[in-house]
Every structure is written in structure tokens, then in C-alpha cells.
Design a protein around this ligand. Sequence first.
Ligand code: ZN
Length: 294
Amino acid sequence: MVKKKEVEQNRNIDSKDNGGQDKSNRIIFIYRIVVSIIMIISIILVYILNHYGESKEVDAMFNSNSISVGNSYNSNGIVDETLISNTTADTNTNDDGIHITSEENLKKLNDWKLMLVNYENTMPEDYIPPLSNIEDDRQFDSRAADSLIQMMLDMNSDGINHIWAQSTYRDPNKQGHLIEESIQEYLEEGKTQEEAEALTLRSIGEPYKSEHNIGLAVDFNDVNYAFESEPAFSWLMENAEKYGFILRYPADKEDITKIKYEPWHWRYVGPEYAKEINNLGMCLEEYIEYLKNN
Ligand SMILES: [Zn+2]
């Protein structure tokens, strides 16, 4: 009896072993199929990635060509210290002959009236605009000074006498000096170097990065938001473009200009560009990009 049981047990074990072998065979078979599938997928992926990489490189080449014309804007807002001015525009096609900018627009991009100075476009440090005196000791680019004077005279003729040019041309060297003084004052108040610099740049701005340094910008009256509700502001909104001035930092363009809305700050670009910029509903940064791409 005992032997029978043992035999039966052995049989059971054998049959179990046989079943186990079948299973492991099946597992090996499935394993091989899975490995084959993974290999095929890997080969396809490697091919796709290589191909995609190539087309990315081509895109990058094209982009670097297209942004080399005039000003470039980096999305992270880091200031590019090297001057990339619209005055450097000198090409309108890339190596593949792909059209980028028309001859007509290239001429516009080189026009002094459209000189772009902002948070990432530093003016050439040796650039000094031709200057004329307007009102007392204030100066403006002589090529645009008459337009500013005429505009203010015509406002007076229309009954708007509460208007004056508070800030016009600013010497960037003096601006640098103002910044040093301000930082020093904040340091004396107990601020850290970092805090002192941040507070200073918030109110004064960096030299060579302000339109006031190229003599084409004017700040009217008290340089505050009350100006928006003055008759002078409404008049300017309606008429300034005829004299070649645009509202430089509109409320709806803060993301692009990186400057808070300034109803008091007006920029001379000449009547032709002023009208076109207003008709297109663009700010100067957008207009220059538009010229580069048409
Ligand atoms: Zn200003």
C-alpha cells in the first residue's frame, strides 16, 4: 500500500514536472516573441529619431538665418548684451534662397526712425544722435525736434495748454551715474547689493537700453497715470501719428515690450511708420518682426 502511494505520488510529481516543462517552454517562446517585437520597435524608433533630429537641425539652421536679420527676441527675457540692432539688417535670403525680407522692408529696418532700443537691444555705446534744443535745456533728435515742437504748438492751438515735455533726451553716461548714486543710497539705507540694484533699475532703467538715450522719446507732463484722463492724452491718441509719434508702451502690449503701460511716453518713428504701426495694431517690437518676415 505504501509503495502504491509512493508510485502515485511519483506519478503526480512527474506529471507536474511535465506540465512545468510545457509552461517554461511556452514562457521561453513568448519571451522570444516579446524580445523580437522590442527589437523591431527599437529599430523603428532609432530610425524615426535620427530622421527627426535631422529635420530639427535644418529648422535650427533656418531659424538662425532668419533671426540674424535685425533684432532677435529670446523668450526667457535674458538680455543679450551684444547689440543686435535693426541697423544690421543686410541680407534678405538664406543660403537655400528662402525668402525672408523684401528689399523694401530691409530699407525700412535700416531706417534710424525705427531704431529699436529695449530690454534686450542695447544701443551702440558710441551712438550720439544729432541733438537740437527744444524748450529750455531739453534736447531731442534734431531730425524729429521740429515735429515735436509743431505737435505741441498745434495742441495749444486746439486749446490744450496743459502740456509740456518733462523728459526728452537723456545722456546714457549721466544715466549710469544716476544709477550708481541710487544704488549707493539704497545700500546706505541697509539694503543688500541685489535689492539696491533691483530697486534702482525699477525706477531708472539701464543706460543704453532706453529710447530716451537715442533722443526719440518724450515723456509728457507729470509722467504719471493721471495723464491718461487729460485732454492732451485724447488729443495725442487721435493726432500724434500725423506728427510721427506713437504711444510706445500700450497697455495690451506689456508682454512684448516688457514695459508697464506708459500713457505719457511717446516715441517718434515718423508719420509713415506711425500710421502703419497704428493701422496694424502693433507695437514697435511687433512691427519690426513683421518687417523682417515680409
Ligand atoms: Zn519715457
